[in-house]
Design a protein around this ligand. Structure first.
Ligand code: SAM
Length: 216
């Protein structure tokens, strides 16, 4: 079922600016798995729900061709604005209606950041239900993938602004939304005790990865 929380241009532009590609640990896991299951050449990767294309472009050097697909026209427009590698292209479309010939895709890739919806528990349970629902006998999960990066307070603020639940709040009550994000920024700055221009935080995140291979 499509989540239509990323339809506005302004939101997609924030997404483009503040979202990062999936970390190299995830790429390495996926590529190792693909190498074990199929081996080279890696012809076609499809990034489902590609957003503004950060992770799609991150796959470009490993595959002959990468296609990013997203239901949101605004996200696809933002993705296309980036001078990307030439083997990457984007299409507006639904994950449920993919039109690829059977056996023609080497990797179906899907990254998802936690976001608020009635289905949030699916992410909180680390996709247990989705893992159980995969009927391919060959499946693996990798938990507790930790990564960290340095980030400025202004980047963290922009990241929060790019979250769909912040955008929903902003639409309902722009003043309170703005005030809450400014409070958060001030509280970060007070905690680290530096001026806005030189405030840098270490942002830690934990990911998990589900891998599955369609039987021959
Ligand atoms: C949380 S964003 C993740 C974007 C990107 N993969 C990333 O990690 O930055 C989820 C994206 O999935 C798209 N989406 C949601 N449901 C979809 C569906 N059924 N088919 C295609 N795209 C979908 C949304 O428009 C949104 O851009």
């Amino acid at each position: 079922m499509a989540s239509r929380l990323f339809e506005e241009q302004e939101h997609a532009a924030l997404y483009q600016k503040y979202r990062l590609p999936s970390p190299s640990q995830i790429h390495n896991l996926v590529l190792d798995y693909l190498q074990r299951k199929k081996g080279k050449p890696f012809s076609l990767a499809v990034d489902i729900g590609c957003g503004s294309g950060q992770s799609t472009r991150g796959l470009a050097s490993y595959f002959e061709r990468v296609i990013g697909i997203d239901v949101s026209r605004a996200q696809i427009e933002e993705a296309r604005k980036v001078d990307g590698p030439e083997n990457v292209s984007y299409r507006q479309g639904l994950a449920e209606e993919l039109e690829f010939e059977d056996g023609s895709v080497d990797l179906m890739f899907k990254t998802l950041a936690p976001y608020m919806s009635e289905r949030c528990h699916v992410v909180r349970n680390k996709y247990e239900e989705i893992f159980d629902a995969i009927t391919f006998p060959d499946k693996e999960r990798v938990d507790n993938i930790h990564f960290k990066r340095q980030a400025s307070v202004s980047w963290v603020k922009g990241f929060f602004e790019s979250l769909s639940y912040y955008q929903t709040f902003r639409k309902k009550d722009p003043e309170r939304a703005k005030a809450s994000i400014e409070r958060m920024e001030q509280s970060f700055l007070q905690t680290v005790g530096v001026t806005p221009s030189d405030a840098v935080l270490e942002v830690k995140r934990t990911a998990f990865c589900l891998l599955a291979s369609k039987p021959e």
